[in-house]
Design a protein around this ligand. Structure first.
Ligand code: ZN
Length: 410
């Protein structure tokens, strides 16, 4: 019997020390919620809204207060109800292993440097190094303590090219040095070779970041709302850096996941313009071989809270139709059966050739732990996927196994 693998291609492993806590409070409107809750009349009238919202935030903070090893163990515990005779049953398919790709975020950001109105208002910089160390300590702890050992954990390195220069200085590695350090010996190898090398490196962290080697990361995460511009056309210095990144990744078949919804953790003034998938039309016309996942299927907030906006989703579909290595995940979208009904309609409404491409390029992802702002548990998100009626055995296997496997390893 061949082993089958379930993939969660988009999740996060962060704790409270990684983002700026004050930035986080502001971004999640926690300060406003606590204030509303403290005003007697408001808290009575809006009690249901405030309670639900506060509980969601507290639930998220409860997870983020743990070390990352415990977060992985918590996720594994949530998978236990799906395990029967040692195999995980999801959507009627049975899986032996689970691959998680936690996406790091480079919070060394521009745009949220201070918290106005307080004395110590300058926010400290949060170097990504600390996050890297915590993440690999977490993976090692998981590998050593898990009883079930379900997970293979292959993180994506968060990069904002603006935080690096091309040359490198005494205090920081330049962009070429950084890419060389973690991805220098990546080859356009076969799917099983890539996976075996990543598995060989998993859980081997010595505690010293200098010893982290190739194949510690499986790919790269970029996050436009924190100030990454995928195509800074008017800035030749920045453009040279992103071009270097794309060329490097395309040549070595390194997957890139980019945040592509109008929500998320926004600090940059041009967050929306940078996130617009049209930016990637420019990139892909120059680098058509790039392996790219436009996350969240271009989800946009409804206009006036009522009318669905689909321009970004249409743009994502257009890029998938045009380029063979463009994917999209629906992380942070699958909160009810209705979502899967709409996803199925979206595929069926396309001309058959494009519909077929979409079936090959859509990826299952959860966006755990950030998705706790809309759902109560990892288990529940998986359960909704497993029970929905629109993508049954073969189709769902495509979304959560075959497609992500190709994106990640091929
Ligand atoms: Zn995410």
């Amino acid at each position: 019997m061949r082993e089958k693998t379930f993939f969660d291609i988009h999740c996060h492993a962060m704790n409270l020390s990684h983002p700026s806590l004050l930035g986080f409070v502001k971004n999640m409107n926690i300060d406003t919620l606590l204030f509303l809750n403290s005003v007697p009349i408001v808290s009575t009238v809006l009690s249901k809204f405030i309670d639900t919202r506060l509980n969601r935030v507290m639930n998220l903070l409860s997870v983020m207060e743990r070390d990352l090893g415990d977060v992985f163990l918590l996720m594994e515990k949530d998978m236990e109800p799906f395990v029967h005779d040692g195999r995980i049953e999801i959507c009627g398919s049975f899986y032996d292993r689970v691959v998680l790709t936690p996406l790091m975020m480079d919070f060394g950001y521009k745009g949220m440097e201070s918290y106005p109105g307080i004395h110590y208002r300058d926010l400290p910089k949060k170097p990504i190094v600390e996050q890297v160390i915590d993440l690999f300590n977490g993976i090692r702890k998981y590998a050593r303590t898990s009883g079930l050992n379900l997970f293979e954990i292959y993180p994506f390195l968060g990069i904002n090219t603006r935080n690096y220069d091309m040359e490198g200085t005494s205090g920081s590695t330049g962009l070429p040095g950084l890419l060389e350090k973690y991805f220098g010996s990546f080859l356009p190898e076969t799917l099983s070779e890539r996976r075996a090398r990543l598995l060989g490196a998993m859980g081997m962290f010595s505690g010293d970041i200098e010893h982290l080697r190739d194949y510690s990361f499986a790919g790269i995460k970029v996050y436009p709302p924190l100030g990454f511009d995928p195509w800074p056309a008017d800035d030749s210095k920045e453009l040279a850096k992103v071009e270097y990144l794309y060329e490097f990744c395309a040549a070595r078949r390194i997957p890139i996941t980019v945040h592509c919804s109008d929500g998320g953790y926004r600090t940059h003034k041009q967050a929306k313009a940078f996130t617009d998938p049209e930016k990637w039309a420019r990139v892909l016309s120059r680098h058509p071989e790039l392996k790219l996942n436009l996350a969240h299927f271009g989800k946009q907030d409804k206009a006036w809270g009522l009318f669905p906006k689909r321009q970004w989703q249409q743009a994502v579909i257009g890029l998938i139709a045009e380029y063979d290595h463009v994917y999209t995940d629906f992380s942070c979208c699958g909160f009810d059966e209705g979502f899967y009904a709409r996803l199925s309609d979206t595929i069926h409404d396309q001309p058959s050739e494009i519909g077929d491409k979409l079936r090959q390029r859509i990826l299952f992802g959860t966006d755990f732990m950030i998705n706790l702002l809309w759902i109560d548990s990892y288990r529940n998100y998986l359960d909704i996927f497993s029970r929905q009626r629109y993508f049954r055995i073969l189709d769902s296997h495509q979304l959560c196994s075959l497609n992500p496997q190709r994106f990640l390893f091929e």
